[in-house]
Design a protein around this ligand. Structure first.
Ligand code: ATP
Ligand code: MG
Length: 581
């Protein structure tokens, strides 16, 4: 079993990464570039690096994807199958007059055609933008308007319900492909027959490394989603981070549970795994505990990349629910998207025999930036250390002046720009983009601190920080303490205005099975929090809820809890998923 928090190895392994100067001196992007092939004349294409080159190297017969349908049907596609299907898709686009630089939006569930379409569009030099198929009509429409969509790939049902009423009002839209019907609605093209009659040979477009490849919308946790622009060069970092932070390697059985509608589901649910020639598991269905445990066991998943929201659901069901399953195939577990509570690291180590390794990044960064790798011991609750090639720091920024913070001091998590997958722009929002840079640093909008050994600790989003009686309180610390109470499944913590204290800490919690809301329970949980955190930081009030408001990518929307608490407008809720009181 892997060690957690022990010293020892950490000194040796951590040293090189703890010192950014040493890391920079020892590291060269050439090492990452060497994981790829490139195309003649300095061209670089993500689709080619992910799929076609493996076929050229003689690995066409290796399974690229084992797909599990909602109805438990199965499909397996080799790298040769994926190359052919994506080439057919690229030819369909070309046959319909779609050109290099045009943009393709995908709005559909996780089926192999979605993955082939992503690769095919990239091979054709197009810009790929995935959306969550569960989005409502309005979020779809605004994103397609902002991204000036030229092609939409969707299903017959989604088209009818969500697109048809306003389709004619998007002037940029030239082509709508329907993935799952032999006969398409009027004005659309049925993808199946078009693929069948298209050639399975396609010469990959020689895109330049700086050509736009992907546009990803942020999760909308803190406000209106931004469209982050990424280029083909990003694949260098996907390869690099896939190796260091996820341990991807040829033939490994890998399951990323994220939907491509969220950046994790593209960077590490399509590109990085294929670049490393893994066998990827794709499940069409949504989270279901027994289904997920069954998939890990039956598919012999070795590397598993998931998110705290799913891990907390597993914890809620208890270790007993996991006991009947064999998890011995698991080699490496990683988590992203929200802070991973220390409790979850320890729990997973006990139940799966391996801890979840937390890592931190954003839509903007395009890839994993700070991670717990196997080269260091885990300090539960810490995001880990910057990957090689990354310079990260905690910086205080006031009126344009920047000041590095001392170990243990809270400041904004900042990164030195220059790694390949960094966004190149926020689409049509130059001012918002410029505001994220100062003094040679990119500012993430997250507050964190670094300890003297170079581990980074998440405190909260800058917007979520609570100031109470002179204390700065990060919601994560309070939430983590709350979920250590055996009744609490999840917690969202905000500050509410108070005349004397400035703000008071208020918590919204959901309960584990077998517990009912009551005044006694509220008092007990508050007492537990006070013991763990002290009276200044512990919540003064606790509200029980059936669910917490979350984004489609599984993030607690604290700003919404706060807006409701204060009776303020809810703001942009286009990405809101769960929401019952
Ligand atoms: P928006 O920018 O639209 O408000 P968002 O920031 O949630 O939404 P994403 O880019 O999907 O959009 O999420 C990145 C953010 O998620 C990070 O800035 C951070 O706040 C949070 N996050 C991701 N991973 C971690 C982690 N391991 N620990 C703590 N927070 C994390
Ligand atoms: Mg963000």
């Amino acid at each position: 079993m892997e060690e957690i928090i022990t010293k020892g190895r950490q000194e040796r392994a951590g040293a090189a990464m703890a010192d950014p100067d040493a890391t920079r001196a020892a590291f060269s992007w050439d090492d990452a570039q060497a994981l790829l092939d490139g195309l003649p004349g300095g061209a670089l294409n993500i689709g080619y690096e992910a799929i076609d080159r493996h076929v050229e190297h003689g690995y066409g017969d290796q399974v690229a994807m084992r797909w599990i349908g909602k109805d438990d049907s199965r499909r397996a596609l080799t790298y040769a199958d994926m190359a052919a299907l994506s080439s057919r898709f690229a030819n369909v686009l070309r046959d319909h007059g779609i050109e290099r630089g045009d943009s393709l939006f995908a709005l559909m569930g996780r089926v192999p055609e979605l993955y082939a379409a992503a690769i095919g569009a990239l091979k054709a030099g197009m810009v790929f933008t995935p959306l969550f198929s569960a989005f409502g009509p309005e979020p779809i429409r605004t994103r397609m308007e902002i991204g000036e969509a030229n092609v939409l790939l969707t299903t017959a049902a989604l088209y009818k319900r969500k697109i048809a009423p306003w389709r004619d009002e998007i002037p940029s839209l030239k082509l709508v492909l329907i993935a799952d019907a032999d006969e398409a609605p009027e004005g659309c093209v049925a993808l199946g027959p078009a693929l069948d009659s298209a050639s399975d040979k396609f010469e990959v477009v020689h895109t330049r490394p700086e050509d736009t490849a992907l546009i990803h919308f942020t999760s909308g946790t803190t406000g209106k989603p931004k469209g982050a622009v990424h280029v083909h060069q990003a694949v260098v970092y996907h390869a690099h981070s896939g190796r260091y932070a996820l341990e991807l390697k040829p033939g490994a059985v890998y399951w990323c549970t994220a939907d491509p509608g969220w950046v994790t589901g593209t960077s590490y649910g399509i590109i990085a795994p294929f670049v490393h020639r893994v066998t990827m598991i794709v499940d069409e269905a949504e989270f279901d505990l027994e289904r997920w445990y069954g998939i890990v066991r039956d598919e012999k998943v070795e590397i598993w990349y998931s998110a705290p929201t799913a891990i907390r659901m597993m914890m809620r069901a208890g270790a007993e629910a996991a006991a009947p399953y064999d998890f011995s195939s698991l080699q490496f577990l990683a988590s992203v998207g929200e802070p991973l509570n220390p409790e979850a690291v320890i729990w997973s180590n006990e139940v799966f025999g391996r801890p979840f390794h937390d890592n931190w990044w954003q839509t903007e960064t395009g890839g994993i930036i700070i991670a717990n790798t196997r080269a260091m011991d885990i300090r539960p609750g810490s995001m880990g250390k910057p990957l090689p090639g990354i310079e990260a720091a905690i910086i205080d920024r006031e009126d344009g002046a920047v000041r590095p913070c001392a170990p243990g001091e809270i400041g904004e998590l900042a990164l030195r720009p220059g790694w390949p997958s960094m966004m190149r722009a926020y689409l049509h929002e130059q001012a918002r983009y410029d505001k994220a840079f100062a003094g040679g640093w990119y500012f993430s909008g997250d507050l964190a601190m670094a300890d003297k050994d170079g581990y980074f600790w998440f405190v909260g989003r800058a917007d979520d920080l609570i100031k109470s009686s002179g204390h700065l309180i990060g919601p994560f610390e309070v939430e983590s303490a709350l979920i250590e109470h055996n009744a609490v499944a999840e917690a969202g913590v905000i500050g509410v205005p108070d005349e004397t204290a400035g703000e008071l800490v208020k918590a919204y919690v959901t309960l584990n099975p077998g517990f009912e809301p009551s005044e006694d329970l509220e008092r007990a949980i508050r007492g537990h929090a006070r013991k763990k955190l002290g009276p200044a930081v512990a919540p003064r009030a606790i509200v029980f809820r059936n669910t917490l408001p979350k984004t489609r990518s599984g993030k607690i929307m604290r700003r919404l809890l706060k807006a409701r608490e204060l009776g303020l407008p809810e703001g942009d809720i286009s990405t809101l998923e769960t929401d019952e009181t």
